[in-house]
Design a protein around this ligand. Structure first.
Ligand SMILES: [Zn+2]
Length: 468
C-alpha cells in the first residue's frame, strides 16, 4: 500500500511521491513558534504531529529535509519587548532557549535548520523577494510607507482556504499579521517603521521598517529548501491568512513553473477540558506547567500523539492519566519480553500482524489503527507468555519490532531514551568489573549509580540500568 496523506489544498487523500530526479527525498517545512511566550500545548500538538509524520516517512525509507522557522520579530514579539521595556533580542532569547528544551522533553527530532527571522541573511532574502514582487507589479508602497501585496494581481489567491474574493474592494489593506477571513485585503510585506517599533528596524529600498510575518516564512522556506517544497505543515489556524499569503508571495516571486508546495497538511485544534484554551479560562497550559504538576514529557507526548491529527483533541488531565497507564503497560510488557528473550532472533514477530502498525500509519497517519495493532500484539503475546508458549527467539523478534515502533512513536522508557553519560560510563566500568569477577568493585559502582538516581539489575543478558 502506498503512503497517503490528506492534502488541504485538494481536500482529498493523495499518495506521497518524491519529485522526479529527487530520489527518495522529501523537503518538509513546518511553521515554527512565535517566540513571544512559552509555547503552549496547542502549539506542541502541531509539532508532535509533524514529528510523527517525519518519523514515519523516515521509517518508510524517505530522506526528510526539514526546516522550522523561529518568528522572532512580528507584532506580538515587538509588543512583548515594548511592555517589558527591553530590547527585542533580550526579550525573545529566553523563550528561544526554553523552546529547544521543550523540543527535547517531547522527543521531537531536531530540524535540519531553525532560521530566525531577524538573522541578517534572512532579512536580505525577504527584502529581495519583496523587490521581485514590486518589479512584477504584485506589490506596491502605500501612503503609510509600508509595502503591500496586491491580492487582485494573483488569481489563485484564496485557493488554500477557499476564500471567495468576490465583493472585495481592491486597494483595501490590512497591516496586522493576523486577521479573519472577513478582513481579507492586501496584506503587509514590509511595515514602515513607527515609533512603537523602538530600536527594531532594518534599512530597505522602501525605507526603514520590518518584514511582515508571512514574507518571513516564504523567504526562509524557499531560501533553504528551494522554490518548490514537498510538504508544508502547520495548525489549521495557519491556513488563513498565513499560508494563503505564503502561496501568493512564493508563486508570484518564483519562476512560475511549479507550485510553492505540493502537499499541505494541517493539524486540528486542541481543546482543554472541553473548551478553547485561554488564559482567562484557567485552562491554558505550557509544557512547563504540566511538568510542574508531575507529568512527564513522555506522557504529554503520548496524550498528544494518540489522537488523529485532523480530529479535534480534547486534552484533559484524565487523558494524561490514561497515557500514564498505557505507557506503564507498554513498559511492563517490554520488561517481560526482555526477560523471556534470548540472543537468538526470530525475524517475524509471531502470531500477529505487526506489519499492520506501519500500514495503518500509511493511511494518513491513522494512529488509532496503529495503536490498536500495538496493544493487540501486547495482549496476544502476554497471553502466550502466561502459557509459557512464547519462545525466546519469538520474544526477541517482538522486541526488534518494538524498536521499529519506538523509532516512529518515540515512547520508549526514559532509561532507554537517555542514559546520562556519567551513568553510562559507570555502567561500562561495572560491566568490566563483573567480567573480571571484582565483585566488591561492582557493588561499589552500583552504589555510585544509585546515588545518581538509577537502579542496576543483573539479568542473564547482563546488567540493566533503569531510572530508580
Ligand atoms: Zn509560517
Amino acid at each position: 500500500m502506498s503512503l497517503q496523506i490528506h492534502n488541504t489544498l485538494s481536500r482529498s487523500l493523495e499518495e506521497i511521491t518524491p519529485r522526479p530526479g529527487e530520489g527518495k527525498s522529501l523537503s518538509l517545512y513546518t511553521c515554527g513558534p512565535t517566540i513571544y511566550a512559552h509555547a503552549h500545548i496547542g502549539n506542541f500538538r502541531a509539532y508532535v504531529f509533524e514529528d510523527l509524520l517525519q518519523r514515519h516517512l523516515q521509517e518508510r525509507g524517505f530522506a526528510v529535509r526539514r526546516v522550522m522557522n523561529l518568528t522572532d520579530v512580528d507584532d506580538k514579539t515587538i509588543r512583548g519587548a515594548h511592555a517589558a521595556g527591553i530590547a527585542l533580542g533580550d526579550y525573545t532569547r529566553p523563550f528561544k532557549e526554553a523552546f529547544f528544551q521543550d523540543v527535547k522533553t517531547l522527543r521531537l527530532l531536531p530540524a535540519e535548520a531553525y532560521p530566525a527571522a531577524t538573522d541578517p541573511e534572512q532579512i536580505a532574502r525577504m527584502i529581495a523577494m519583496i523587490g521581485t514582487l514590486m518589479e512584477r507589479g504584485h506589490a506596491y508602497q502605500a501612503e503609510d510607507g509600508s509595502v503591500y501585496f496586491r491580492i487582485a494581481s494573483f488569481a489563485d489567491y484564496g485557493k488554500l482556504a477557499h476564500v471567495d474574493l468576490e465583493g472585495q474592494r481592491p486597494g483595501q489593506r490590512v497591516a496586522s499579521d493576523e486577521y479573519e477571513k472577513e478582513a481579507v485585503a492586501d496584506f503587509a510585506l514590509w511595515k514602515a517603521w513607527v515609533p512603537e517599533d523602538g530600536a527594531v528596524g532594518w534599512e530597505s529600498p522602501w525605507g526603514k521598517g520590518r518584514p511582515g510575518w508571512h514574507i518571513e516564512c516564504s523567504a526562509m522556506a524557499t531560501g533553504l529548501l528551494g522554490e518548490t517544497i514537498d510538504i508544508h505543515c502547520g495548525g489549521v489556524d495557519n491556513i488563513f491568512p498565513h499560508h494563503e499569503a505564503e502561496i501568493a508571495q512564493c508563486e508570484c516571486a518564483g519562476h512560475g513553473k511549479a507550485p510553492f508546495v505540493r502537499y499541505w497538511m494541517h493539524c486540528a485544534h486542541l481543546m482543554v477540558e472541553g473548551s478553547k484554551m485561554a488564559k482567562s479560562a484557567g485552562n491554558f497550559f505550557t509544557l512547563r506547567d504540566l511538568l510542574e504538576k508531575g507529568w512527564t514529557g513522555r506522557e504529554v507526548r503520548y496524550a498528544l500523539i494518540s489522537v488523529h491529527y485532523r480530529g479535534a483533541l480534547n486534552f484533559t488531565l484524565e487523558g494524561l492519566g490514561a497515557a500514564r497507564t498505557a505507557l506503564g503497560r507498554l513498559d511492563a510488557w517490554r520488561e517481560r519480553l526482555t526477560d523471556t528473550s534470548g540472543a537468538e532472533t526470530q525475524a517475524e514477530a509471531p502470531g500477529s500482524a505487526t506489519g499492520e502498525f506501519f500500514t495503518a500509519l500509511d493511511d494518513d497517519l491513522n494512529i488509532s489503527g496503529a495503536l490498536a495493532v500495538l496493544f493487540e500484539t501486547l495482549r496476544e503475546s502476554n497471553r502466550r507468555m502466561d502459557e509459557g508458549a512464547l519462545t525466546p527467539p519469538q520474544a526477541r523478534g517482538l522486541l526488534n519490532w518494538l524498536a521499529r515502533v519506538d523509532s516512529v512513536l518515540a515512547l520508549e522508557p526514559e532509561a532507554l531514551a537517555s542514559l546520562p553519560p556519567e551513568v553510562e560510563k559507570l555502567g561500562e566500568e561495572r560491566a568490566a568489573a563483573r567480567a573480571a569477577k571484582e565483585w566488591k568493585k561492582s557493588d561499589e559502582i552500583r552504589d555510585q549509580i544509585a546515588a545518581l538516581g538509577w537502579a542496576v539489575k543483573d539479568t542473564k543478558d547482563g546488567q540493566k540500568i533503569t531510572k530508580g
